[in-house]
Design a protein around this ligand. Structure first.
Ligand code: CA
Length: 319
């Protein structure tokens, strides 16, 4: 079936192949892109001015998101397994003059040892939303036994509030600029859903589907997502070799951008004009040798010439 018309754009690989590249976050202040390698247990930074990618491997536990802290330069909130922690990072590769500090903020699902944090994003109020999922299992198994994750917010004082339960794989999030609607992807459901948001509080009863991958014959499953200035959504298609653009008002597929990596994972607008779409990808299940040989699977990509711009990623407000 149709994937919508192909959007003419230039796609360039700009990063090395990671295991599970994810969570692109354009930091307007430093004009740099932060992202993570979830299974590589590392935070990454891409500097467009030099073209250099740097990383800090934390190890031990998965890292699924990184967001700068408002007013605290070089401080970031990251997820680490089922924890949210604050770290400092100079943005460089590991070196002897830098010492990482890890300050715990919150932890969830203490008894769900197989779960980990997944996608997360800061809303228009400066509050972090992040969901969980089971790890280390086939997608088909997660489909067969869904709903073992939840979607949380990090509230003032480091308290975590449960916003949604019965979550399969918590993924893409974004909000309309009037702060009245939240878009949300549970990848297991292969849908993009929306909720009434009422300026900050989620109306769970208002949940409705705006775009169904099954019904529209879209390859793969929806993963990360971002909104452009026309209010349209860009959705990464995991196992779909593409990013699609959809209209959340009409539910129509507007087009697609082919990406030379099957496991396209997430998207964020960035650059001085916010008109560059950064796209992360994964190389799950490949050996190191296969990963190097392929080159594209797991890499970071830059898409230019889309003719549309987005919003900078939002940093987190921490008391
Ligand atoms: Ca994701």
């Amino acid at each position: 079936m149709s994937q919508g018309s192909k959007i003419n754009a230039k796609v360039e690989r700009i990063g090395p192949p990671l295991i599970l590249g994810e969570g692109p976050h354009w930091d307007e202040e430093t004009q740099k892109l932060y992202y993570v390698d979830i299974d590589g247990m590392a935070m990454w930074r891409y500097d467009p001015a030099t073209g250099k990618n740097t990383k800090y491997e934390l190890g031990e536990k998965t890292v699924s998101l990184i967001v700068p802290v408002q007013g605290q330069p070089s401080k970031y909130v990251i997820s680490w397994g089922r924890e949210l922690v604050k770290v400092n990072w100079d943005g460089e590769d590991k070196h002897s003059n830098f010492k990482l500090t890890v300050e715990p903020i919150a932890a969830v699902e203490k008894d769900l040892h197989n779960n980990r944090f997944n996608d997360g994003k800061v809303d228009l109020n400066g509050r972090l939303w992040a969901g969980t999922m089971p790890m280390g299992e086939e997608f088909e198994y997660t489909v067969a036994t869904p709903g073992r994750g939840s979607l949380y917010t990090l509230e003032e004082g480091g308290k975590v509030a449960t916003q949604l339960t019965g979550v399969g794989i918590a993924n893409g999030l974004d909000w309309t600029r009037d702060n009245k609607t939240m878009y949300y992807i549970d990848s297991i459901l292969r849908r993009v859903d929306c909720f009434d948001f009422n300026g900050g509080s989620l109306n769970t009863a208002s949940r409705r589907t705006i775009f169904d991958f099954e019904k529209n014959g879209i390859k793969g499953v929806p993963d990360g997502m971002t909104m452009d200035k026309e209010g349209k959504l860009w959705v990464a298609c995991f196992n779909g070799y593409q990013v699609i653009r959809i209209d959340p008002e009409s539910g129509k597929l507007l087009g697609h951008v082919p990406i030379p990596a099957a496991m396209t994972t997430s998207v964020a607008f960035g650059g001085p004009k916010l008109d560059i779409l950064y796209v992360t990808s994964a190389s799950l299940g490949m050996t190191d040798e296969e990963r190097k040989r392929d080159g594209n699977a797991g890499a970071l990509f830059r898409v230019t010439g889309l003719g549309v711009s987005g919003y900078p990623s939002r940093s987190i407000k921490l008391a």
